[in-house]
Design a protein around this ligand. Structure first.
Ligand code: HEM
Length: 384
């Protein structure tokens, strides 16, 4: 069974090969004490380092320790392997400046310029109860019980300092982050992740995913602590799958711009052939339509920008009309959302043909600090 190191230059769970399952939780801080926030991050660091190595949350484990105290681990992962668990932490803008502008923890001088409030995108229908948060924890594993166990035990350790604001369970990764991985499919039935930034593309990671040291010099605040980190964009995108399932194969392929079987661009070739957006068919129509998703998301139409996508399928039951509440929980890691996410999302929300079948119902943007070195405790700026 796989384990990934918890320490390193970057946090795990970004360029790590995407696991099959996700449990992501956004937390709100309930304490007004900066020391308690530091203590929480210290506890989380210690627990996450243990869990990702297949250990119990605390040193005693679920079935030993003081008999008159609750066990230091909840127990449901006791006999299971770590299943490639990664735990990735991030900070929301509201931790640095409250909605009333208050400097809640004396951190306003550390707010990175890139940690903006995302704008309202056309057709957004965001549920405040699925949006925002002071902290985020992304747990990914090949076993959902392992991912849920991680969030549950971290949430337990947050008691008195932070509470869960929203969570999202995901199954079936919708991207590949390594060339060794097979391309999976999203709930529209299309291969997803073909043109994703992959871990093997180290210069693309430096350009599009990791925050360079130079980013801090553009900020009026002191954001050096984000060097080597990344920004996590989360979007809960509900898919209108019932009308989609009544749409012709021709229409489905035209909206995506790739074929459904192999994932090849409609301009020809095989899955990994670069799309040719100039190719046209009979009647002079472009083979990849002007409103096709892959055209509008392609770097050629986005100032050369790429992103590392790491999303998951979700199904959260059904509504009273018998429609599945299903979709794609989109996660992307980018070097700066102002250049690498907001313009593309605006373009997609306005013009992407797929939007007729999509509804964005939740959202979050989080600053993910760089990895932790051995012997260090606190995530992000050593607690300073
Ligand atoms: C590519 C589906 C939302 C950005 C693709 C591909 C599919 C797809 C099938 C082609 C295969 C691939 O290269 O991965 C979807 C679906 C979505 C969705 C079903 C919503 C439920 C988004 C959003 C963004 C995005 C919100 C960013 C704002 C991209 C990018 C590519 C891509 C950057 C690669 C384009 C290229 O370089 O060729 N998507 N996508 N997608 N998508 Fe999406």
């Amino acid at each position: 069974t796989r384990t990934y190191p918890f320490t390193g230059a970057h946090q795990a769970g970004i360029a790590t090969p995407a696991q099959d399952r996700l449990y992501l939780a956004a937390f709100d801080l309930t304490t007004s004490s900066r020391d308690e926030v530091v203590a929480l991050l210290q506890r989380w660091t210690t627990i996450a380092a243990r869990l990702t190595q297949g250990l119990s949350a605390g040193p005693y484990g679920p079935a030993s320790g003081p008999y008159d105290a609750p066990p230091d681990d909840t127990g449901e992962a006791a006999d299971l392997p770590p299943a490639g668990l990664t735990i990735t932490f991030g900070f929301g803008r509201s931790m640095f400046v409250g909605s009333d502008g208050a400097d809640r923890y004396g951190l306003a001088s550390r707010l990175p310029g890139a940690l903006v409030d995302l704008p309202h995108f056309p057709a957004d229908n965001l549920d405040p109860a699925r949006t925002g948060g002071d902290l985020v924890v992304q747990a990914c594993a090949d076993d959902p019980q392992i991912a849920v166990h991680a969030i549950r035990n971290l949430s337990r350790a947050a008691f008195g300092s932070a509470t869960i604001r929203w969570t999202q369970l995901g199954y079936g990764r919708t991207s590949s982050t390594s060339t060794a991985q097979r391309t999976p499919r999203n709930l529209f039935g299309f291969k997803d992740g073909t043109a994703n930034v992959k871990a093997e593309e180290t210069s693309a990671l430096d350009e599009h995913v990791w925050v360079p040291a130079s980013a801090a010099s553009a900020d009026s605040t002191d954001s050096r602590w984000m060097t080597g980190g990344s920004y996590l964009v989360a979007r809960r995108i509900r898919m209108r799958i019932e009308p989609w399932d009544r749409t012709s194969l021709r229409e489905q392929e035209n909206l995506v711009g790739r074929n459904k079987g192999e994932g090849a661009p409609l301009s020809g070739g095989t899955e990994f052939t670069e799309p040719d957006f100039t190719a046209s068919g009979r009647g002079g129509q472009p083979l990849i339509a002007t409103n096709a998703h892959v055209r509008l998301a392609h770097p050629d139409f986005n100032a050369g920008v790429r992103m590392l996508r790491r999303g998951y399928n979700f199904t959260d039951g059904n509504d009273s009309l018998g429609r599945l509440d299903a979709g794609l929980f989109f996660i992307a890691f980018v070097t700066d959302p102002r250049t690498h996410y907001i313009p593309m999302q605006n373009q997609l929300s306005k013009s992407d043909g797929l939007m007729e079948y999509l509804e964005h119902t939740g959202s979050g943007l989080f600053a993910v600090p760089p990895g932790i070195e051995d012997g260090h405790f606190v995530l992000g700026a050593d607690g300073t």
